[in-house]
Design a protein around this ligand. Structure first.
Ligand SMILES: NC(=O)c1ccc[n+]([C@@H]2O[C@H](COP(=O)([O-])OP(=O)(O)OC[C@H]3O[C@@H](n4cnc5c(N)ncnc54)[C@H](O)[C@@H]3O)[C@@H](O)[C@H]2O)c1
Length: 257
């Protein structure tokens, strides 16, 4: 993986780091010389974080107190939070008619309320340095919908609203906020969806990948987590100082239709 030639070392708090995109972001940030607090509820994330050179903070981000504690830990340990990457997410596939209310609430708590609370807690530390980068890992499902994912799609669309509002409020304070919107990335979250979609649509798993996941894609492959990490790292860099309030699709051409 190539890195930008010059990167100012910063303090980064990244959520959802025990696998997939979050683990790739942590690894890339550590390679760039950032101090990273990797936050996840899965204790398996400790070894992954430490292998990369990050510090692990175990927290269930559906708990508001845990969101605030994660930021407080980064501040105590590293003296602030310069970069916040809201990445933790889950998926639940079911039609609206059968969607369990508790899953809806869990998805909203983790994927919309936690990013808000983490942004709120990190904000004064970014403002104090007149420098901050908020990167929200949204989804192509923040731009378009698909059947069977009401809560996920609603939360991701909401995340774009949070991103735009943070950008407007942060403009005079040196704080930028942007979203990245990937199509299907090769991670455990997608592995689980393949199985769920197969059941929902009465297909085998190969058919799900070809007929559902890659149907809209111009480039017929899944995305690598490291490809998303590179885009996140750009948005977190000094070079991206004029970029705010935007959503960046990394979607294999899905939305070019
Ligand atoms: N994989 C894709 O195709 C894809 C596409 C678009 C967007 N995304 C988004 O990227 C983000 C990362 O997804 P991924 O594919 O890497 O998934 P993943 O399942 O590999 O990783 C998600 C991480 O979130 C953590 N997490 C889940 N619930 C948590 C909780 N309550 N508290 C703290 N941590 C929790 C998990 O332990 C895991 O480490 C998600 O927000 C997802 O919606 C993924």
């Amino acid at each position: 993986m190539t890195s930008p030639a010059v990167t100012t070392p910063r303090v980064a708090l990244v959520t959802g780091t025990s696998s997939g995109i979050g683990a790739a972001v942590v690894k890339h940030f550590c390679e760039l010389g950032h101090q990273v607090l990797a936050v996840d509820y899965n204790p398996a994330g400790k070894a992954i974080a430490e292998d990369a050179g990050a510090v692990f903070f175990e927290a269930d981000l559906t708990d508001p107190g845990a969101c605030r504690a994660a930021v407080a830990d980064a501040v105590k340990r590293f003296g602030g939070v310069d970069i916040l990457v809201n990445n933790a997410g889950i998926q639940h596939v079911a039609s609206i008619e059968t969607f369990p209310e508790e899953k809806w609430r869990q998805i909203m708590d983790l994927m919309l309320t936690a990013p808000f609370l983490l942004t709120q807690a990190a904000w004064p530390h970014m403002r104090a340095k007149a420098w901050g980068r908020i990167i929200n890992v949204a989804s192509i499902h923040a731009q378009v919908a698909s059947p069977g994912k009401a809560a996920y799609i609603s939360a991701k669309h909401g995340m774009i609203g949070l991103t735009k509002t943070a950008a407007l409020e942060g403009g005079e304070q040196g704080i930028t906020a942007n979203a990245v919107c990937p199509a299907y990335v090769k991670t455990p979250l997608v592995d689980n969806q393949i199985a769920d979609q197969a059941k929902l649509n009465n297909m085998d798993e190969k058919e799900v990948i070809e007929k559902i996941m890659l149907k809209q894609a111009a480039i017929k492959r899944l995305i690598e987590p490291e490809e998303v990490a590179q885009l996140v790292a750009y948005l977190a860099s000094d070079a991206a100082g004029a970029v705010t309030g935007s959503s960046f699709n990394i979607d294999l051409g899905w939305t070019a239709h």
